[in-house]
Structures are given as C-alpha cells and as structure tokens.
Design a protein around this ligand. Structure first.
Ligand SMILES: Nc1ncnc2c1ncn2[C@@H]1O[C@H](COP(=O)(O)OP(=O)(O)OP(=O)(O)O)[C@@H](O)[C@H]1O
Ligand code: SF4
Ligand SMILES: [Mg+2]
Length: 333
C-alpha cells in the first residue's frame, strides 16, 4: 500500500544560550492509510518537535536543517523554520495537542471554533459549517451536540475539551492525525474513552495516526507500530507486539522495566539509572552509553545507526544480541 505520510531524514536544530543542537536527528518513518504509529520516549527526547516539524509549526528558535515530509506522494514545501506555505497537502494533516484548555479560544463558543475550518478551509456557508460542527461534536461522542455547540471551553470537563480538540482537528477533513500526548492530562477512565474514540476514527474514516506519548502503557492500545526516541533519534522501531515483548535496545527495555505493569502488579518498577543527557553536552558514540548496563568501549567511539534485528524491526544498538541473550537467560531462570 502507498504510504499516506513519509518522513525522510528530518533534522531539526534548536538553539540554547546561542548554541545549536540537534533536537531531532535523522528521523524517518512511513505511515499507511488507516495505520497508527506511536512515538515514545522520555521528556525532552524530541517527540513534540518531530510532530511540529512535520506540521510546519517549529518554534522560533527551531530550524529545519534537512529532511522531507511527503503526503500522498507530494513533497511539502517548507522554509528554514519548517513552516509550510499553505500548501493544500498540509491540510491533509491535523494536530491535537496535550493541553486543550490553552489551545482553545476562551471567548469563543466551541461550536464556532469547530465551524471555522469548514467555513474558511472547505468553503462551506454559515449554516452548512454550523451543521458540520454539530455533526463533528456528535462524532466525537459529545451528547446533546446542538446545545453544547454554544458552550464555552471553561464550561466543559477536561475529557470533553479534548474531544472538542479532536473535533477541531477533524474539521478540515484530514487523512492524517498527529496527536501530541492528547490523553496525558486526563484520568485513566477518560483516557481509555479518548483512545477508543481514536481507534473508531481510524476504522470509520481511514485516519492514519501518529500518537506521541511518554507512557508505554498506552502504546499497545493505540498503535500497531512503535518508534522509541532518545536524544532526538529513533533508537528502535517495529511492530508494537515485538518491540514490547522482545525489545532490542537497552533504552526500550529500560522504559519497560520502569513502567507499571497492570498484569504483574507484584513487579516493582525499576527506573532507568541517570537522566536524559543535556543535548549540549553529548559526546561521540551512542547517546545512551552513560545509562547503559551493556555499554563497552566500542559504544563510546561508534556512531550507532538503526539496523535490522527482526522482521520489520530495527534497533540502534551495537549489542542488541547481548540484550536478547540476557532476556532469554532471564526467561529460563
Ligand atoms: N521552544 C523551544 N525552545 C528551545 N528549546 C526547545 C523548545 N522546544 C523544545 N526544545 C528543546 O528541544 C528538545 C526536544 O524537545 P521536545 O519538546 O520535542 O521534547 P518532548 O519529547 O516532546 O518532551 P515532553 O515529553 O516533555 O513533551 C529538548 O531539549 C527541549 O528542551
Ligand atoms: S550501543 Fe552500547 S551503549 Fe548504546 S545502547 Fe547499545 S550497548 Fe548500550
Ligand atoms: Mg512534548
């Protein structure tokens, strides 16, 4: 199947204290229509900037150094900030951010905010765009949509506001939805409902999904493929089931060990030692070296890249076979 979205060699440079660093470093992936990819990693590893670069929404201190974003076979034009020039293919993508309250206009009704894209992007008249907004409110599971159309953001619960954000994202009729931690601020029950809504939208509308999260626990609920990100790079990618059951990068296995496992509540989570290195202080070799129990002198000198470790499964680790052997020994013991 032809991918609906291809991201090739994305490199984003950020500046801090006038020093530039690569916050996104050579990120590539492809997404087929209706498929979903989860991008997972600790805070500061470059997940949001990856989505922003794809959308052409880099912050002022960011620069797109290289890379291409291809939607339905068409390469999107962009300037050095990664900003698109209103290309119609850009409208095939929408983004949902984590913080619905600050993303919504507090002095406009939610209905009028949803109706904006049908009116200005799709060119519908006033009555038709209002009808479309009501239909979208219904689609995202908001009861009594005709009445709720007139509500203001502060009158709604966090879960309902996030549903409104999804309705706004859908209002320009995209085929790709980029979600940046859309459920992180919500309690578990509401989170499950929003994830179910996204799953329905994939089936009903053939939406392709990129879902960013720092929570490995939600990955298998939301996506059949996962990409694990560390210091701006993808360090492991593959089918979710394979990556979660037999990770081939020590960072992924560390994230799994650090996560609560609802199926084995007796297992104590074990945090990964140390913290994400300061991107301004990165040295040569593998960026996980200071936290990795498998590190050898080779890891300090070799520029490690993604390599095939299984069917459709890649990891950027010189010693992924040692990790596999340790896992096998652990299972036997
Ligand atoms: N507007 C900005 N100005 C300067 N540096 C930034 C800016 N936004 C992000 N960065 C830096 O770029 C790197 C990647 O940030 P990004 O926001 O993409 O991380 P993230 O993986 O989304 O983290 P989180 O899980 O906390 O949202 C970090 O080092 C961060 O400090
Ligand atoms: S390359 Fe070396 S330091 Fe990096 S994750 Fe693999 S074993 Fe650890
Ligand atoms: Mg983020």
């Amino acid at each position: 199947m032809t991918p609906v979205l291809e991201v090739e060699g994305l490199v984003v440079e950020m500046r801090r204290h006038r020093v530039a660093f690569r916050a996104v470093d050579d990120v590539s992936f492809a997404l087929e229509p209706g498929s979903a990819l989860a991008i997972v990693g600790e805070s500061g590893c470059g997940k949001s900037l990856t989505l922003r670069a794809i959308m052409g929404l880099l912050p002022n201190r960011g620069r797109l150094i290289s890379g291409r974003v291809i939607v339905d076979g068409v390469t999107l034009p962009s300037d050095a900030r990664g900003r698109g020039r209103g290309h119609r293919q850009h409208r095939r993508m929408s983004i949902v951010f984590q913080d619905a309250l600050s993303a919504l206009n507090p002095v406009a009704t939610i209905g009028s905010q949803i109706a904006e894209a049908p009116r200005h992007v799709l060119g519908l008249g006033g009555a038709a765009s209002r009808a479309r907004a009501v239909e979208l409110l219904r689609l995202v599971g908001i009861p009594d949509p005709e009445r709720r159309y007139h509500a203001y953001p502060h009158e709604l619960s966090g879960g309902t506001r996030q549903r409104v954000m999804i309705a706004i994202a859908l209002s320009s009729d995209p085929s790709i939805l980029l979600c940046d931690e859309p459920t992180t601020a919500l309690d578990v029950t509401i989170q499950t409902q929003i994830l179910a809504l996204l799953a329905d939208l994939r089936v009903e509308r053939g939406l392709a999904l990129v879902f960013v999260t720092h929570d490995l626990g939600v990955v298998s609920q939301v996506a059949e493929r996962v990409a694990v990100m560390y210091t701006g790079r993808l360090v492991e990618t593959g089918p979710t089931a394979a990556v979660l059951s037999a990770p081939r990068h020590p960072y992924t296995s560390g994230l799994l060990a650090a996560a609560l496992d609802v199926d084995s509540p007796e297992r104590e989570p074990v945090p990964i030692p140390g913290s994400l290195p300061d991107p301004l202080g990165l040295t040569s070799g593998c960026s996980f070296q200071s936290r990795c129990q498998f590190a050898t002198p080779e890891c300090v000198t070799t520029d490690v890249r993604l390599e095939r470790v299984g069917p459709d499964h890649e990891a950027a680790c010189l010693h992924s076979d040692v990790l596999a052997a340790a896992q096998a020994a652990g299972r036997r013991g």
